[in-house]
Design a binder for this molecule. Sequence first.
Ligand code: CO
Length: 136
Amino acid sequence: MPELPLDHVAIAVRSIDEALPLFERLTGGRGSRPERVESQGVRLVFVGEGATRIELLEPLSAASPVARFLEQRGPGLHHIAYRVPDLEAALERLRAHGFRLTAEAPSRGAHGRIAFIHPKSAGGVLVELVEAPVDS
Ligand code: CO
């Protein structure tokens, strides 16, 4: 099993418009064009490029899981994302190791299919798996 490359680190924010300049100043990276991912209840931008990019997540409504996260913990680190070449194979391997998924079926993220490992089975960290080539 090869080591999984990091795809991005995600931060929950109340407002992308307000938070983006701070993360652009911090990293020297530029924000991408904002995208809406209705299935996740979020609007998002990426700051920077490659594996060091940061994803800023803003809830689309009060019913969004990110809205509940912000209510309970305030803005901050939301999840880390690893890139996997074959999502089904990765999920099967992780299930066999006792990791719990937040949903049985993968869903569609901003840039491909994704799945989440529940923080209760991952050391308190929400972990996203993004299906994408690992060699880039
Ligand atoms: Co993400």
